[in-house]
Design a protein around this ligand. Structure first.
Ligand code: ADP
Length: 731
């Protein structure tokens, strides 16, 4: 090992010699200086383990040298022992005040000198070892945090796909068994997500980065969310839920509603987990209140397994569970209570347990809030929440920047099902091109992408003077990422797996309602004139039914031509094979569509055919009439020029704003028919589908059509109610 080095600073050669010889014998390597200037010069290149510094020197005295050494970050940690001729208390005190670690009096006595030097060299070595260990620990902790952030990102990305696809699958037609499987997958993915969130919260606590907010909120809303989450689960387990919410609690408070809910969810979740029979009681009381602050006490009481008193306190330490058998039987990470404790402390409160083994436990915590008022609360909500109408989002154009194909599909389908128009960019570079060439209402921007990431893309978009809102949509859930997103010019931030409700509320915040519906403008621009008459059609009534939208009518005509050009052949084939049921369905569907397009002759021919088929008195002439009318209609359609393909694409993807005045009577009419189980409801559906075409309800309308084909009136009614609710129409 390298010998420790000692710098001896003394203007007297005799003193330097004595000290150097003695210390050399004890194995130290010696550096010598005879004044302050030389000392400071030497320290530029050498770092001794200890400095022995004379006080009385010509020029710069020892105190001044010491001051300079301590002021320089490169030398400040080198221990200094002053050399003094007498035991002059004032000088000794001054030396210590300047940062010296010790003093030695002249003349030197090696019995005193050596142990003092040894002690300080050893202390210095220990200190260096400690510093090194701390640095190692800090590096390890940083690595751990980075690992957690990466791991959380890696887990969240596929989780986003799993949760999203499950939700999309749940909207499709399913057998009871499939529905059951999907419900279970959905609930398990949320369990997994809770675990990941706990791990992340815990790493934030360790890094001192967990914060609580101070915003206006309604305690009632928080408690309702808690009860909504747990009421059924508690009932399902055969337990009873009691609530005891004191009536003197102000309705509106200032604090962190999400973190408060997190604590309550954790405690209630534990109560449910560890209780097999009996009850769970949730109570809230006022402990202290003045004009500004209020302290509340929350209690979650159960009649479960209880907790032995000797381990009660330990449970608030991370990764601790009552005993090993608990974790084997009930699972869990042991992080929940540690996080609760930290959050409660941040809310200026305390958390404790009252428990008797075998009888049950009560988890109590206090938290301090500021008092607020309803006006304050609603003012803030108005600022943070968007215009609540779903119509705000209809037809909004979203650029989705995302490289993961499954996540693209999930986001696209979820957004489209709400009537938004989605364009996809696979990376930052594509996003820049898309923003340059199109107009969007919002960009949803992933962060980690190949070629160019979301940060860089945003910076370039902002540099190019585009001010449209950009919302980061990322699997990174660390605060630092959020800050960086805002720093590079994004407006908001949402973490994956995407909570759809939150996503839509963020979109509503950033999408401004349009004064003039964009899609209508597009339609008007690409509309060529229709002829005054069209053989086979009652033009006036058809266009009136579509609210005057001629372009939409032309589109529907060409759709009809595409879908039903072979209808006569299909009908004849069904009749020849005596497949009356098929012929009936086909003529019935076609009749509805013909009616909607005001192809009255065709509608009448089909109606005659349908009636005859039902009465079993079919004649060939009826089929001939259908065919003649159909050909007439198809010939007419051929005279209408197709909108050019590019424009049609715009129309297809461009969502059209809903015209409530047309949709409302159609919806009410269909609803009434369904209530009466009227088999002709399909007619009304066709009318409704036409009126709602392109407004983002295609999934629901298809579903209704499927249900009606199966005469499943109750499912039809449910879907209709969903549509009505989303359109704010009262049925
Ligand atoms: P976990 O995820 O393991 O439930 P917690 O920190 O929330 O983590 O809880 C730690 C441990 O405290 C549990 O594993 C259990 O041993 C004990 N515990 C918590 N709540 C209760 C309760 N209501 N009844 C009995 N034991 C409980």
């Amino acid at each position: 090992m390298k010998r420790p080095s000692i710098l001896i600073v003394d203007d007297e050669a005799q003193n330097r010699k004595v000290l150097a010889n003695t210390l050399n014998e004890w194995g130290y390597s010696i550096i010598l200086a005879d004044d302050g200037l030389q000392t400071l010069e030497l320290l530029k290149t050498k770092t001794p383990h200890l400095i022995l510094l004379d006080i009385m020197m010509p020029g710069m005295d020892g105190f001044e040298v010491c001051q300079k050494i301590k002021a320089d970050p490169n030398t400040k940690d080198i221990p200094i022992i002053f050399l003094t001729a007498h035991t002059d208390t004032d000088k000794v005190v001054k030396g210590f005040q300047l940062g010296a670690v010790d003093y030695i009096t002249k003349p030197f006595n090696s019995a005193e000198l050596i142990p003092r030097v040894q002690t300080h060299i050893k202390l210095k070595a220990t200190e260096e070892q400690l510093i090194q260990k701390i640095q190692e620990l800090e590096t390890a902790n940083r690595t751990k945090s980075e690992f957690l952030a990466t791991m959380s990102h890696e887990i969240r990305t596929p989780m986003n796909g799993i949760i999203g696809l499950t939700q999309l699958a749940q909207k499709t037609r399913l057998t009871f068994q499939q529905q059951d499987y999907l419900t279970k997958i959905d609930s398990l993915t949320h369990v997994l997500l809770d675990i990941i969130n706990d791990i992340l919260d815990f790493s934030k606590i360790e890094a001192g980065k967990l914060n609580v907010e101070h915003i206006n909120f309604s305690l009632e809303e928080v408690l309702n969310k808690l009860f909504n989450t747990f009421s059924l689960k508690i009932e399902d387990k055969g337990l009873t839920l009691y609530k005891n919410i004191s009536s003197d609690i102000p309705r509106y408070l200032i604090g962190d509603p999400l973190r408060l809910l997190q604590i309550l969810m954790n405690l209630t979740g534990n109560a449910l987990k560890f209780t097999e029979k009996g009850k769970i009681l949730i109570a809230v009381n006022v402990i202290k209140k003045d004009d500004t602050f209020i302290t509340l006490k929350f209690s979650v009481q159960d009649t479960g397994i209880g907790i032995p008193s000797e381990i009660k306190e330990h449970l608030f330490k991370a990764f601790t569970q009552a005993d090993n058998t608990i974790s084997r039987k009930y699972g869990g990470t042991g992080l929940g209570l540690a996080i609760c404790k930290c959050l409660v402390t941040m809310m200026e409160g305390d958390i404790w347990i009252d428990s008797i083994v075998g009888e049950g436990s009560t988890f109590n915590f206090t938290a301090q809030f500021k008092c607020s008022s309803e006006q304050e609360c609603s003012k803030q909500q108005a600022q943070t929440k968007a215009v609540p109408s779903i119509n705000t989002l209809h037809g909004a154009r979203i650029l989705l920047v995302e490289d993961n194909l499954i996540n693209q599909q999930v986001a696209r389908e979820s957004l489209e099902s709400e009537g938004l128009v989605v364009k996809i960019a696979n990376n930052g570079q594509e996003a820049i091109t898309a923003v340059t060439n199109n107009s969007f209402d919002v960009v949803l921007m992933d962060i980690q992408m190949p070629e160019m990431d979301g940060y860089e893309a945003t910076q370039i978009i902002r540099k190019n003077q585009y001010t449209l809102p950009i919302v980061a949509m990322t699997a990174h859930a660390m605060n630092s990422v959020r800050e960086k997103c805002l720093l590079v010019g994004m407006n908001d931030y949402i973490t994956k797996p995407i909570d759809l409700e939150l996503l839509f509320s963020i979109l509503k915040k950033w999408i401004k309602p349009k004064s003039k519906p964009y899609a209508i403008q597009k339609h008007q621009k690409i509309t060529g004139e229709l002829p005054n008459t069209l053989p086979g059609f009652e033009l006036k009534s058809a266009i009136k039914r579509l609210g005057g939208n001629k372009s939409l009518f032309k589109m529907l005509l060409h759709d009809f031509e595409r879908d039903y050009a072979h209808a006569a052949i299909d009908l004849r084939s069904a009749l020849e094979h005596n497949e009356i049921e098929t012929a009936l369905i086909l003529s019935h569907t076609l009749k509805g569509i013909a009616g909607n397009l005001s192809a009255n002759e065709l509608q009448k021919a089909l109606s005659d055919l349908e009636r005859a088929l039902k009465r079993d008195n079919f004649e060939d002439v009826l089929m001939d009439n259908v065919e003649i009318s159909l050909i007439k209609v198809l010939e007419s359609i051929k005279t209408i020029p197709q909108e050019n393909q590019k424009d049609l694409e715009i129309e297809d993807t461009q969502s059209i704003p809903l015209d409530i005045s047309i949709v409302t009577p159609l919806l009410i009419n269909l609803h009434q028919m369904i209530e009466k189980h009227n088999v002709n409801a399909a007619h009304s559906l066709t009318a409704l589908s036409t009126a709602m075409s392109g407004t983002g309800f295609s999934t629901e309308l298809h579903h209704i059509s499927d249900c009606l084909n199966r005469f499943d009136f109750s499912s039809t009614k449910k879907s209709l109610n969903i549509i009505a609710k989303r359109c704010n129409i009262k049925l």
